[in-house]
Design a protein around this ligand. Structure first.
Ligand SMILES: *[C@@H]1O[C@H](CO)[C@@H](O)[C@H](O)[C@H]1NC(C)=O
Ligand SMILES: *[C@@H]1O[C@H](CO)[C@@H](O)[C@H](O)[C@H]1NC(C)=O
Ligand SMILES: *[C@@H]1O[C@H](CO)[C@@H](O)[C@H](O)[C@H]1NC(C)=O
Ligand SMILES: *[C@@H]1O[C@H](CO)[C@@H](O)[C@H](O)[C@H]1NC(C)=O
Ligand SMILES: *[C@@H]1O[C@H](CO)[C@@H](O)[C@H](O)[C@H]1NC(C)=O
Ligand SMILES: *[C@@H]1O[C@H](CO)[C@@H](O)[C@H](O)[C@H]1NC(C)=O
Ligand SMILES: *[C@@H]1O[C@H](CO)[C@@H](O)[C@H](O)[C@H]1NC(C)=O
Length: 467
């Protein structure tokens, strides 16, 4: 969900690594593995110039917005998975484990105001590492344990996730009562939790997780967050009127990743259960995603038009991450349900070509926000992450059976702790901290825009002030 950050008031490192010896090329031929590899290498390099462990003893912590670290590591895992290039693996591995925190549930003491969606993205990064057989650290929590830690926290009362006092169920957006989004149940928290539970079910072959996934699905369709007639996915519902169980009607905001979470969750449920119900849901959500966001007027390139049309995605620094996540999940869906590749691959190829044509910035093939109409000047960490995700996703054509995600049934290491994250109880909800203040850099121009998030709901009030 947009209009929020869980970060601290601080600047993300803006320096760029030395360029010596690096060859830039986003000359993409989507039918050539070597070409995609080269483009991917450049995109990953540009992305990682925004990340540095230098000057921090807190690897993986991106101060602007804590979950951006999860988005970054997801992109790194996908890059490694697509290309076999291990250049960034050590950094990823250190940061991904470290941000799990003392309880191993991605509620580290240093991240203030964590939302269920923020935490969920880290859980997705952890389960992705497990599915790709990304080497575990020599000590400390395994990737699977960390993913389970998030799941366990989000179903526990002290985790302030799932609860039934408003809207008859669903995960809250925010965990802390002082946050504006506390009374809101949003699509990405619930769709993301649905996906995490479905992936844990598929990985561990344990029905505890699939039962939860189904519960989230049932609730999401009941409150019409996902409409099983139109297959539209809304952004949120909240305490109110018009819907069931004292709930509001869903809004009309449309974002790629909201669709992507439910689509991917349904695909894993099908992969786990073999029940055609889930295949049908997967197909319906996929078609809906395609018709809603892969628009002919943009040459079929994926577009988060809700912010791209007005050229305002940078205002909430998170928005540019959405479509990168979405294309990565589409590639995953095709890997676990191979017959869907013939529908997914052409969409990814058109979007990747668009991205390559637009990632021409700064004489270094920097990616902007839009993937149609040329480089739009919006160089930022988030846009670089999505550019990298796009190049990895289009490798789908060349990812044979060797690189399929694994479950414990197919070679994943089962070492895990099903009670993960519950040992010491989770972060207190009582902490009295001021609502987060978000900083977002205005990409390209390098001007710092301070966004004061006063209200956080689509349609409610928030204030911006340029400094
Ligand atoms: C990291 O820190 C070292 C020592 O302070 C410095 O030489 C190097 O340039 C820094 N690298 C980056 C990427 O900041
Ligand atoms: C990665 O390694 C696998 C297995 O060795 C190989 O089949 C695949 O072609 C490699 N991928 C790339 C992009 O080189
Ligand atoms: C899985 O276990 C084997 C044997 O213990 C080990 O060599 C391998 O590194 C493990 N893989 C991961 C992803 O941890
Ligand atoms: C979800 O709804 C279906 C259909 O109504 C029902 O059969 C199933 O038991 C429900 N699952 C859960 C976990 O509530
Ligand atoms: C789905 O959308 C249609 C058309 O807007 C509406 O009539 C229907 O009530 C919605 N379904 C649910 C379960 O709310
Ligand atoms: C799922 O279906 C496939 C193909 O029909 C079959 O090989 C597999 O054993 C089934 N798995 C389960 C868990 O039913
Ligand atoms: C899924 O769709 C197929 C083809 O339209 C249909 O035959 C089947 O009954 C559907 N399955 C379920 C469980 O709805």
């Amino acid at each position: 969900m947009r209009f929020k950050d869980a970060g601290h008031m601080a600047l993300v490192a803006l320096h760029v690594l030395p360029l010596a010896g690096h060859v830039y090329a986003l000359d993409l031929n989507v039918d050539s593995q070597e070409s995609i590899k080269d483009a991917g290498k450049t995109a990953a390099y540009n992305m990682m110039t925004w990340y540095t462990q230098n000057g921090t003893d807190n690897p993986g912590f991106i101060s602007r917005s804590w979950w951006t670290g999860a988005a970054l590591f997801l992109a790194c895992l996908n890059y490694w998975h697509a290309t076999n290039d291990t250049t960034y693996n050590e950094e990823v591995s250190i940061g991904l484990q470290h941000q799990g925190g003392a309880d191993g549930d991605y509620m580290p003491s240093w991240a203030i105001g964590i939302g269920n969606d923020d935490q969920m993205f880290w859980g997705l990064a952890a389960i992705t590492a497990a599915e790709y057989n990304f080497p575990n650290r020599p000590s400390g929590d395994t990737w699977l344990t960390l993913a389970e830690g998030v799941f366990n926290n989000q179903i526990s009362p002290q985790g302030n996730g799932w609860e039934t006092s408003i809207c008859g169920g669903g995960l809250r957006w925010q965990k802390q009562v002082w946050q504006p989004g506390y009374t809101l149940k949003n699509a990405v928290s619930n769709g993301g939790f649905f996906m995490l539970a479905a992936r844990l079910a598929w990985y561990t072959q344990d029905d505890v997780y699939s039962t939860w996934a189904e519960k989230v699905w049932n609730w999401s369709t009941k409150v019409d967050m996902v409409n099983t007639t139109t297959w539209a996915v809304a952004d949120s519902v909240s305490a109110g009127t018009g819907g069931p169980d004292g709930c509001s009607l869903p809004d009309n905001s449309r974002w790629t990743y909201n669709y992507g979470t439910y689509l991917s969750g349904a695909a894993y449920m099908y992969a786990y259960t073999n029940d055609s119900k889930w295949l049908n849901i997967t197909n319906s959500l996929m078609e809906s995603l395609f018709t809603t966001f892969f628009l002919p007027e943009h040459g079929g390139v994926i577009t988060d038009w809700q912010c791209e049309n007005s050229d305002r995605c940078y205002i909430d620094a998170n928005d540019p991450l959405f479509k990168g996540l979405t294309v990565s999940w589409l590639a995953d869906v095709a890997l676990i349900i191979p017959p869907l590749e013939e529908k997914i691959l052409p969409k990814l190829q058109v979007s990747a070509q668009g991205a390559a044509n637009s990632c021409t910035g700064g004489g270094q093939d920097l990616c902007g926000n839009r993937w149609y109409g040329g480089y739009d000047g919006q160089n930022s960490m988030e846009n670089a992450i999505s550019g990298s995700q796009m190049m990895s996703a289009v490798m789908l054509k060349f990812l044979g059976s060797y690189s399929k995600p694994v479950s414990t049934a197919t070679g994943g290491n089962a070492s895990s702790d099903p009670n993960a994250g519950t040992k010491q109880g989770s972060q207190s909800s009582e902490s009295t901290v001021f609502p987060p203040i978000t900083t977002a850099d205005r990409a390209g121009a390098g001007i710092l825009t301070v966004v004061l998030v006063a209200g956080a709901v689509g349609g409610s009030i928030f204030l911006f002030s340029d400094t």
